[in-house]
Design a protein around this ligand. Structure first.
Ligand code: MCN
Ligand code: CUN
Length: 788
């Protein structure tokens, strides 16, 4: 669709260059670590070498003797103020600093406050802790087995390591459908722990002003307003009330979900600043970030898919054990302990479905946080897309044909899934057809057959995923009781320029550009004349923040609604200026003109000036509006990805030869930014598919705790992504837009895994858990005697 506005105005559909880039490219961004305050102190954290151990004694004398060290803060110190534990977003509890025992390797044990970063680090190294090791449980199956040591001894009545049981769907109908099925495939799928590893680690500067009692925290957070409320709820009793707290989220070097939780370091820095009255900076290093911040995934899935003889898919049944580490700190909407995992019927019209998830405590850092995925959607997509492929191979059907046969059809939207979600819009076959055309699917299948005859290993994998983003409708979505709306406040200045503030917070997504484009679209004010601000709780309207690709679905909608309120007022002013009735005016981006007399017109800039200089008597001056948008539904972006791999029989290495990604996020605000989101997202989908994993040995020692063994794909490993779009607008979003921020990360791993298994199916390989490392593939080949 051609853009409605001129390139000069830069509304929706224009690839406007990112307004934020001039400062980033020149190194002029302001990240937390760039903030320097006079008299600032530094914090460093002592961490546990044990995964489970009693703390016998913490020796602080040597540390206190290090020049520049001012204090060593322990759990005992915080306990005096009731601050040694804090609530998690899932209403569990998490230690800020331990008093009795540590629960995972790298857990915070004590903090050292010093006059420089280096003294703080030297001090932390000089703190000696006597530990008494306790039995370690790293496997959630073992954690749930009878007789396992109970980990959460702090919970008086807790007799096991079971956190919760959650199930959804019609069990009886599902069992019945399975009983009637002609074909059932069953597969265990493990989706390992991974870590977002954003370029910038987490950190903060807490500054408590003892005179006016105000706390300002510069903080790497994706959700500044929610953090302010959580701080007030946790520390209100020691005088930190919400009007005395200001959270500033400056530029952020990647969030990806890892900057949603509250980490102990933030709380310790706040406590240290409140006690000293000095600004206190805490910035974690790379290894702390990898080893102690919240993790994603860690789902042990057991799935079954049922089909009729002709390949009609009928039902899915899933049992899952979710490893949450020592506390359930997942950042999910409160009502959904397993996130939106129950979108696991995917793009297919299944008649019945049932999911069960059991959460388990283990001696690991808090898990269940996201990795560029809207609350467990990747886990759901990986399961249904792997299972669909296994079914196709089992039936001897082409995986594309099986998908085409079972897709929810365009005329079935809005579509209610067997697990109760109402999909807003979609054209799944359209996206898959386009992807097949782009990649030359039929030719590739012919080539594969020829190669197989020669003993070469080539595979083609498809993932036709449906996402669920934009949390969310207040009826079902809240975090700790706060409804998941979002907001936009616009002020038009007398000269026709504007400022707009939002409850969300960009971490690299380009909001300063795209929100300005939404307002340009709705008001006709050029995007370059609109200043966008986010992340300062003293100035921005309350909102729940940026994650779950919710900014466009929720705050983007708020922007459109607020802009339309402004347009309504502008119409009245224009009518007054043009001496006609408001209804006699027609709007085109940027001006109102009199019906049938297009020369009699007032531009939005003229109207803005009049709003302050010549507004109708009885009308309030000014031109501003605010919207707190409560979405009527989520948005359901989707896509079809096709991946072609060649497997090296000598090394087991998987080489991605081609990868075509067709995405549909409804109407697009900025095509260049959407393409960038998809490129980045695909690389973050490639990462867990082939490289990334954090695991633990039996003693709970972390494997993958540094970039030496936590493998991130670089430009060398990343293929050339071939991207494209279809456009199926969301019927309920004011702009017809859906989110795009996570689609590629959610959809890509299954396409890659399906391609690898497709290359090896004829050798009897049915499934390989990600990451599909050369070692895993080589072993499969060797066991079948086909290595070179
Ligand atoms: N967009 C668009 N047209 C659409 C949809 C989106 O032009 N139809 C644009 C938006 O205007 C925005 C960007 O694409 O500039 C992403 O929008 P959206 O899908 O609404 O997602 P959010 O802005 O809420 O970003 C969150 C999402 C998530 S949850 C993760 S995780 C992730 C992601 O974005 N983290 C990122 N992309 C990231 N990109 C960068 N650079 N850094 C991160 O930390
Ligand atoms: Cu889901 S990772 Mo993003 O929601 O910040």
């Amino acid at each position: 669709m051609a853009p409605r506005t001129s390139a000069e105005v830069g509304g929706m559909g224009h690839s406007v260059k990112r307004k934020e880039d001039p400062r980033f490219i020149r190194g002029k961004g302001t990240y937390v670590d760039d903030v320097q305050l006079p008299g600032m102190l530094y914090l460093d954290i002592v961490r546990s070498p044990y995964a489970h151990a009693k703390i016998v004694k913490i020796h602080t004398e040597t540390a206190l003797a290090v020049p520049g060290v001012l204090a060593v803060i322990t759990g005992e110190d915080l306990a005096k103020y009731g601050l040694h534990w804090m609530p998690t977003l899932m209403s569990d509890t998490q230690m800020v600093l331990p008093v009795e025992k540590v629960m995972y390797q790298a857990q915070e044990v004590a903090a050292v406050l010093a006059t420089s970063r280096y003294s703080a680090a030297d001090g932390a190294a000089a703190v000696q802790v006597d530990y008494d090791p306790l039995p370690v449980v790293v496997d959630p199956h073992q954690a749930l087995a009878p007789g396992a040591p109970v980990l959460r001894t702090d919970k008086k009545d807790k007799k096991d390591n079971h956190i919760w049981h959650w199930e959804w769907g019609d069990r009886a109908a599902t069992d019945r459908t399975f009983a009637e099925a002609d074909h059932v495939v069953k597969q265990d799928i493990y989706i390992p722990r991974i870590h977002v590893a954003s370029i910038e680690t987490c950190g903060c500067i807490a500054h408590f002003d003892k005179v006016d009692g105000k706390l300002t925290v510069w903080m790497t957070t994706q959700a500044p307003h929610a953090i302010r409320t959580v701080f007030a709820l946790v520390a209100g009793h020691v005088g930190l009330e919400e009007h005395k707290i200001r959270i500033i989220s400056p530029d952020i070097g990647g969030g990806f979900g890892g900057k949603v939780p509250v980490y102990p370091g933030y709380v310790i820095a706040v406590a240290a600043s409140v006690l000293t009255g000095k600004p206190v900076k805490w910035v974690e290093d790379r290894m702390e970030n990898l080893q102690a911040d919240s993790f994603a995934r860690d789902y042990h899935i057991s799935a079954e898919l049922a089909a009729k003889k002709d390949g009609t898919l009928t039902a899915i049944r899933i049992k899952t054990i979710a490893d949450h580490g020592y506390t359930d700190a997942a950042a999910n909407p409160s009502k959904f302990p397993a996130g939106l995992f129950h979108v696991c019927t995917g793009s297919y019209d299944l008649k019945a479905a049932h999911v069960e998830v059991d959460g388990a405590y283990t001696n690991k850092p808090p898990g269940g946080i996201a990795y560029r995925c809207s609350f467990r959607v990747t886990e759901a997509v990986h399961t249904i897309e792997r299972m669909t492929d296994i079914m196709a191979h089992q039936l001897g059907m082409d995986p594309a044909e099986l998908r085409m046969k079972n897709f929810v059809k365009p005329e079935n939207f809005p579509y209610r899934s067997a697990l109760g979600w109402e999909y807003d819009s979609g054209d799944y076959a359209g996206a898959l057809r386009l992807a097949m055309d782009r990649i030359g699917y039929a030719d590739l299948r012919r080539e594969q057959a020829e190669k197989r005859a020669r003993g070469e290993l080539m595979g083609i994998g498809i993932s036709s995923f449906t996402e669920i983003v934009g949390a969310g409708p207040s009826k079902h979505f809240d975090i700790l009781g706060i409804k998941m709306f979002d907001s936009c406040e616009i002020r038009i200045h007398p000269t026709g320029k504007a400022i707009a503030r939002f409850g969300t917070k960009s971490q690299g997504q380009g909001h300063e550009t795209t929100y300005a484009q939404i307002l340009a679209e709705e008001l006709g004010i050029p995007a370059k004349d609109i200043q966008v601000e986010e992340g300062d709780t003293d100035t921005a309207p309350y909102g729940l923040g940026t994650y779950a690709s919710r900014s466009t679905p929720v705050a983007g909608a708020a922007a459109a609604v607020a802009a339309r309120k402004i347009q309504d007022k502008a119409r009245k002013i224009a009518a007054y200026l043009l001496e006609c009735a408001p209804d006699d005016l027609v709007w085109e981006p940027g001006k109102f003109s009199v019906k049938g007399a297009p020369d009699r017109a007032k531009t939005i800039q003229e109207i803005a000036f009049a709003a302050y200089t010549n507004h109708p008597q009885g009308m309030e001056a000014g031109l501003e509006a605010v919207s707190y948008y409560d979405p009527p539904n989520l948005t359901y972006p989707f896509g079809s990805y096709i991946c072609v791999v060649d497997i090296d029989k000598g090394t087991g290495e998987v080489k991605i030869r081609r990868f075509v990604a067709i995405d549909d996020c409804g109407n697009i605000i900025n095509p260049m930014i959407v393409e960038g989101q998809v490129h980045g997202g695909l690389t973050m989908g490639l990462a867990p598919a082939l490289f990334e994993e954090i695991s633990y040995d039996e003693s709970g020692n972390v494997q993958g705790g540094s970039f030496i063994d936590y493998l991130l794909p670089t430009a060398v490993e990343t293929p050339k992504w071939e991207t494209g779009n279809t456009v199926t607008p969301s019927p309920h979003h004011p702009l017809g837009a859906k989110g795009i921020g996570e689609s590629a990360t959610v959809g890509a791993p299954a396409a890659i895994a399906n391609a690898v298994v497709d290359a090896l199916w004829h050798l009897g390989v049915r499934h390989i858990d990600i990451p599909i490392t050369p070692a895993k593939v080589w072993k499969l080949l060797r066991d079948r005697g086909v290595t070179d």
